[in-house]
Design a protein around this ligand. Structure first.
Ligand SMILES: C[S@@+](CC[C@H](N)C(=O)[O-])C[C@H]1O[C@@H](n2cnc3c(N)ncnc32)[C@H](O)[C@@H]1O
Length: 346
């Protein structure tokens, strides 16, 4: 069952971190970032610890505020947020041309919202790869409830060194996950290794666009807000992802920033000045409600100390994403479809 109540939120806070250690985990997490004096080399060297701490701290908030799929979507008029999220998942299945019975890999699968939808939509067996223990536990529970636990499995591992033999999968996809990789080329090379020749990899990447000016202090500030609020090391440019794909050996069949053609902005649910029932928890009133609730839950000891600090950096992330989206300097939906070529003789 989805955990969307206030007590579910409180119970899941901190993930696998001991409740008494949540506050110090928040402090350690914050110290990795520029704003608190952190440096990029240190974030990169400790990427697994930083990203895991981040997801232990925020998963419960994500599920409470957004649902089982932890990603954005391009938006069409007349569609609810949840409808657009599902359509966006179907789109990736369609681009990969998934066929019943195929073996598919979901790289950085979260708690498996997209995995369950794609497995049911395409009649495929999807393996969810994730480095976060708490999310894997939640995914197993939800896969069981959804009835896909016989055909879909999960593996706890780092996508920089996957525990699969080469040429294992008929298709691979990654939704807003490989942006956490310390090195895109090494990550895509691992994906290339486990994908069968002639088959495809598709992804939605978080990227800075060509409108991002690294010399502009405001742009730099917004980028840093997104990095701290979303557990990221250093957001790459769209061109850097394409270069990394080609260097890894992929043939890029199609790439496009879907934000540019979205009839409604993807960042609409983050607009706190707008009232929305479906994304109420992101509005000013909704945020105030969550902050007050967390204060009360922390006070009576039901939520661990540090929970309000997590809510604070998530709010900063939402504001950073909104600003970056409005200025078109960032996209969470740089889509690409890439193929592992067949060996020359074939
Ligand atoms: C924004 S979430 C997206 C989750 C999922 N794709 C979805 O759309 O619901 C990013 C995911 O990448 C996973 N991740 C980050 N770094 C990873 C790594 N090095 N190895 C495996 N998974 C990783 C996180 O644990 C998290 O589940």
């Amino acid at each position: 069952m989805a955990k969307t109540g206030a007590f579910d939120l409180a119970a899941g806070l901190g993930g696998k971190i001991e409740k008494n250690d949540v506050l110090s985990a928040v402090e350690k997490y914050e110290k990795y970032h520029v704003h608190y004096g952190g440096i990029e080399e240190e974030r990169k060297a400790n990427y697994a610890d930083m990203v895991n701490k981040y997801y232990d701290l925020v998963t419960s908030f994500y599920e409470f505020g957004w649902g089982e799929s932890f990603h954005f979507a391009n938006r069409f008029k007349g569609e609810s947020l949840q409808e657009s999220i599902k359509r966006y998942e179907h789109f990736i299945a369609l681009q990969l041309g998934l066929k019943p019975g195929q073996k598919v890999l979901d790289v950085g699968c979260g708690i498996g919202g997209p995995l369950r939808e794609i497995a049911r939509f395409s009649f495929t067996s999807v393996t969810g790869l994730n480095n976060n223990e708490y999310q894997i536990t939640r995914m197993k529970e939800l896969n069981h409830v959804a009835g896909v636990d016989k055909t879909c499995d999960s593996v706890k591992a780092d996508f920089m060194k996957m525990p699969f033999p080469e040429n294992s999968f008929d298709a691979v996809y990654a939704i807003e996950a490989t942006c956490h990789a310390p090195d895109a080329y090494r990550c895509y090379s691992e994906i290339y290794r486990v994908l069968k020749p002639g088959q495809c990899f598709a992804a939605y990447e978080w990227c800075m666009t060509d409108s991002f000016d690294p010399m502009n202090e405001e742009h730099q500030r917004i980028k840093a807000e997104i990095e701290i609020g979303d557990g990221l090391l250093d957001i790459r440019l769209t061109g850097q992802c394409i270069d990394a794909l080609k260097k890894a050996g992929f043939e890029v069949l199609w790439s496009e920033d879907l934000a540019a053609s979205s009839p409604l902005p993807w960042y609409l649910p983050l607009d706190k000045s707008r009232f929305s029932v479906s994304s109420f928890r992101a509005t000013t009133l909704g945020r105030f409600f969550i902050r007050s609730m967390l204060k009360a839950l922390e006070f009576v000891g039901l939520a661990p100390k540090g929970s309000q600090r997590v809510q604070n950096f998530l709010e900063r992330a939402a504001d950073g994403l909104f600003e970056a989206g409005r200025r078109e300097i960032f996209t969470p939906m740089f889509f690409f479809l890439a193929r592992k070529p067949l060996p020359q003789s074939q």
